[in-house]
Design a protein around this ligand. Structure first.
Ligand code: PHE
Ligand code: ZN
Length: 880
């Protein structure tokens, strides 16, 4: 298969299907070999379709056993069927039903799309186009049908039989087999179909909805794991309550089930009433899960649950509208986590993720709008841009129109589009109406790729008592989009006075100002504040009010001032990050010339004061201690990047902080209460984050005593957060105690796959010359398998994305290794292969030697035959 000529799908070509599918009845007979699926699909001709118009169904690697029309076998010349298409040449004019039987082999389905097996459990993944690997269908999101599913399997192999909707019937099927029938009353697109059959343990609970309906909840896991699902169940109940309170959304079936499987391409999937999860986002106990894992579980459980309304009850008309459900649902899960935990801490964490994942995407060869207009492989558009930037766009909308109009717009959206397959235009129209505002210019955020830059200049006129900000936006060119229009950009601001409080002003001109938000609409605004008593320090983009790169050019002393005094916690953190970034960039340039990076003492002292301030949230103080990462610095440098120079600069700044702040960091460590019981809440997580950040910075200095203390912390740890933090510091610092700690870890946790992932990732991300050899050797470790996406991502994915110096080794060996893995995975699991390949996206920003090595590795991937559409699409765009 030569797929680089795959035709692009275009938004502009959208047309509804010729036929609709009101109902589907599936009969699934699961067996060790040769699973049979019989689908009875009812069709009706849509208005405007001429009678007899041919019916073309999608398929993918299908094997048709039999075909019947309205119960009678189809004559061979009445249809054609291949692995990827079924055509009924002359359908009846009135409603009709096709009964198609396909034979599947789930055990050899290594793509993990369609029906496959994960350690013995049969499960499905249908988004985006997996249903066509189960039966021939109109496999697109604007075809909504009511499903009834009868499934049958061996009673011992699969005592548990689950599908979407409500259970209707179950019983014996003879021969040691049994069956279950499920019915989902809510019409849904095929991508939301799911079934699970296996020998699973369950935790049950119930939820009473706001209108008093009882919902039976179940979380299904492999036997032995049921003790680890309590937190996920609790998060589910909190999500259900929160969606009622925050958005007025009630659950709509009698049961809600979650199943955790070990082999899963993504995080989790919102199938109606039957969410299927990567077990990483379900299983947790303090011994194997970190605080970050707990927070991830809470967020993903919420995310998938929230899809029940934003995604399922209202779905997408076509895959170009993916952000309609994803951006909105990410926004909703972010709000949920903010309410459950600390809002500023959550915001800082989300912005860090956006900058480290979405900004490089938006600034590189894979840049695309939040709503793309063309794709070759839809799997490659489940991106940080669609998800995270998509959520930022919703957040800006809320900032611009205000909380109340936003809520009215959401209510209108749910009311008007329930049951629809909708578009971004449908969505925005609800807010335009609710806010009585024209959102046409705002809608550019959905169409234009690229991260805007906002350059700011300031002037204070003491005589006139005016303060002037000149704000200039530029939206950079991106692939296929050379010219851009200005965006509507909300700038939440404060004018910080000498006492640290926000100063008043007597009026503004030059831009619309709504409360504390300046609304930019033009390429350039000169905003004049009247009646300003003295020169303020501007605090702009508070709370990261827009996904842009501000360039305010504040002095070191202004930034240190904001770091200490800004009333907005996000901007205190931002000021600190900006300062650190300035030093890191200067340090990287210095290191490149063979010089020594230097840290600004005033910055480190301000940092020390904040970090030592017990009145502040420990989680916030921990975030302050985390200086921007090496990849962030590389992005800031933009081109001619030498990752070794960046790493040297990064190390030097951390050593400087660790050295100068030794007293306060030691006090934090000493104040830890080792007997404190573990609770996975925000407060406990914050305390641990601060202690571990302190320990890590002290270890960065390489002092023997600090390393000894870490080794002791590793051995004494009573939870995975502390254990993994200590292990990471030891291994990454190449401490003498590192190998013994790694051995002890795998000795104890070698049988727990999610803990093995941490062990693999710690080694893969070590910035050491021997790391690549280790990683290569670990691919042969009995606990590792390329068949499992989590193992593969933990070892190879984290090496490629989180180990900048070793992936981008000057000799090209890191690139070659990852390219070999991509080539190998391309045959078994193209989706995972394509994701790992994305690590090359910034290859053009390396210095010339590394750039040439990366390009050679990319060309070797491009030359592979056959090459999956997933990998072909990414490699072509990356090289373009
Ligand atoms: N729709 C899933 C989610 O975000 C993601 C997903 C996409 C899962 C494709 C599997 C396949 O929530
Ligand atoms: Zn989602």
């Amino acid at each position: 298969m030569r797929t680089d000529t795959a035709p692009a799908v275009r938004l502009a070509d959208y047309a509804p299907t010729a036929y609709a599918i009101p109902t589907v009845a599936l009969d699934v007979r699961l067996a060790e070999t040769g699973t049979l699926v019989t689908a009875t699909i009812a069709f009706t001709r849509r208005d405007g379709t001429p009678a007899g118009a041919e019916l073309v169904l999608d398929g993918d690697e299908l094997d048709l056993v039999s075909a019947a029309l309205d119960g009678a076998p189809l004559a061979p010349d009445a249809f054609t069927a291949s692995a990827d298409r079924f055509v009924l040449k002359a359908p009846p004019a009135g409603p009709f039903a096709l009964t198609l039987t396909t034979r599947l082999d789930p055990a050899t389905n290594t793509k993990l799309m369609g029906l496959y097996r994960s350690s013995g459990t049969w499960c499905t993944q249908c988004e985006a186009e997996g249903f066509r690997r189960i039966t021939y269908f109109l496999d697109r999101p604007d075809v909504l049908s009511v499903y009834t599913v009868r499934m049958e399997a061996d009673r011992t192999a699969a005592p548990v039989l689950l599908a979407n909707g409500n259970p209707v019937e179950a019983g014996d099927a003879g021969d040691g087999r049994h069956f279950a029938v499920w019915h989902d009353p809510w019409p849904k697109p095929a991508y939301l179909f799911a079934l699970v059959a296996g020998d699973l343990a369950v935790l049950k609970d119930e939820f009473v909805t706001c209108s008093g309906r009882r919902v039976e909840l179940g979380v299904y896991v492999e036997h032995g794991n049921v003790a680890r699902v309590g937190y996920a169940m609790d998060a589910l109940k909190r999500s259900m309550r929160w969606d009622e309170e925050a958005f007025g959304r009630e659950y709509d079936l009698d049961v809600f089930n979650v199943v955790a499987v070990g082999d899963f391409n993504m995080g989790a999937m919102e199938n109606k009433g039957l969410n299927i999860f990567n077990d990483k986002y379900v299983l947790a106990d303090p011994d194997v899960a970190t605080d970050a894992d707990y927070a991830g579980i809470e967020a993903v459980i919420a995310h998938e649950y929230f899809h029940n309304w934003t995604g399922n009850r209202i779905t997408c008309r076509d895959w170009f509208q993916l952000c309609l459900k994803e951006g909105l649902t990410v926004f909703r899960d972010q709000e949920f986590s903010s309410d459950m935990r600390s809002r500023p801490v959550k915001r800082i964490a989300d912005v860090r993720t956006l900058r480290s994942h979405q900004f490089p995407e938006d600034g590189g060869p894979l840049a695309h709008p939040v709503r793309p207009e063309t794709y070759k492989e839809i799997n490659n558009f489940y991106t940080a841009t669609v998800y995270e930037k998509g959520a930022e766009v919703i957040r800006m909308l809320k900032t611009l129109i205000g909380d109340e109009a936003f809520r009215r717009g959401m209510d209108l959206y749910f009311e008007r589009h329930d049951g629809d397959a909708a578009t971004i235009e449908d969505f925005l129209a609800c807010f335009a109406e609710a806010a009585d505002e024209d959102l046409d210019a705002f809608a550019r955020w959905y169409r234009q790729a690229g991260t805007p830059t906002v350059d700011v200049a300031e002037h204070y006129d003491a005589a006139a008592r005016t303060y002037t900000l000149t704000l200039r936006q530029t939206v950079p060119p991106t692939p296929g989009q050379p010219d851009k229009l200005p965006h509507v950009i909300p700038v939440r601001f404060g004018l910080v006075g000498p006492n640290g409080g926000d100063m008043a002003h007597a009026g503004v001109s030059g831009a619309e100002v709504r409360g504390d938000v300046i609304v930019l609409t033009q390429p350039r605004h000169t905003v004049v504040f009247e009646g300003v008593a003295e020169r303020p320090v501007p605090s702009l983009f508070r709370g990261f009010s827009a996904p842009v790169k501000p360039n305010v050019g504040l002095s070191l002393s202004d930034l240190t001032f904001l770091m200490r005094h800004d009333g907005d916690a996000f901007n205190r953190w931002q000021a600190s990050s900006t300062l650190a970034m300035t030093m890191l960039v200067a340090g990287a340039h210095a290191a490149r010339r063979g010089g020594v990076p230097r840290a600004d003492a005033a910055y480190v002292d301000a940092l020390g004061e904040i970090v030592g301030d017990d009145r502040l949230d420990p989680a916030f103080r921990a975030l302050m201690l985390a200086v921007p990462g090496e990849n962030d610095v590389a992005r800031e440098l933009g081109d001619d990047v030498d990752p070794d120079a960046v790493a040297a600069s990064h190390r030097a700044l951390r050593v400087a902080i660790g050295t100068r702040l030794k007293p306060v960091l030691s006090t934090i460590l000493a104040a830890e209460d080792p007997a404190a019981p573990f609770a996975p809440d925000a407060a406990g997580a914050g305390r641990r984050a601060l202690v571990n950040a302190a320990g890590d910075l002290l270890a960065a200095t390489g002092e023997a005593a600090a390393l000894d203390r870490l080794a002791a912390r590793f051995s004494a740890a009573t939870n995975m957060t502390d254990r993994l933090a200590a292990l990471t510091s030891l291994v990454h610092r190449d401490a003498p105690q590192a190998d013994a700690a790694l051995a002890a870890f795998v000795e104890r946790f070698g049988g727990v796959p999610l803990a093995v992932d941490k062990w693999l990732a710690v080694q893969a991300t070590a910035p050491l010359g021997r790391t690549l050899d280790r990683v290569a050797a670990l691919t042969a470790h009995p606990a590792f398998s390329f068949r499992n996406p989590n193992r593969t991502r933990a070892l190879v994915g984290s090496f490629a994305t989180l180990n900048p110096t070793q992936f981008a080794r000057r000799d090209g060996a890191g690139f070659d290794f990852v390219a070999d893995v991509v080539r190998r995975l391309d045959d078994s699991n193209p989706q995972v292969a394509a994701r790992i390949l994305v690590a090359f996206r910034s290859w053009r920003s390396y210095e010339p030697e590394r750039r040439a090595r990366a390009e050679a590795a990319l060309r070797r991937i491009a030359a592979k035959r056959p090459l999956s559409r997933d990998v072909a699409d990414i490699v072509e765009r990356t090289l373009a």
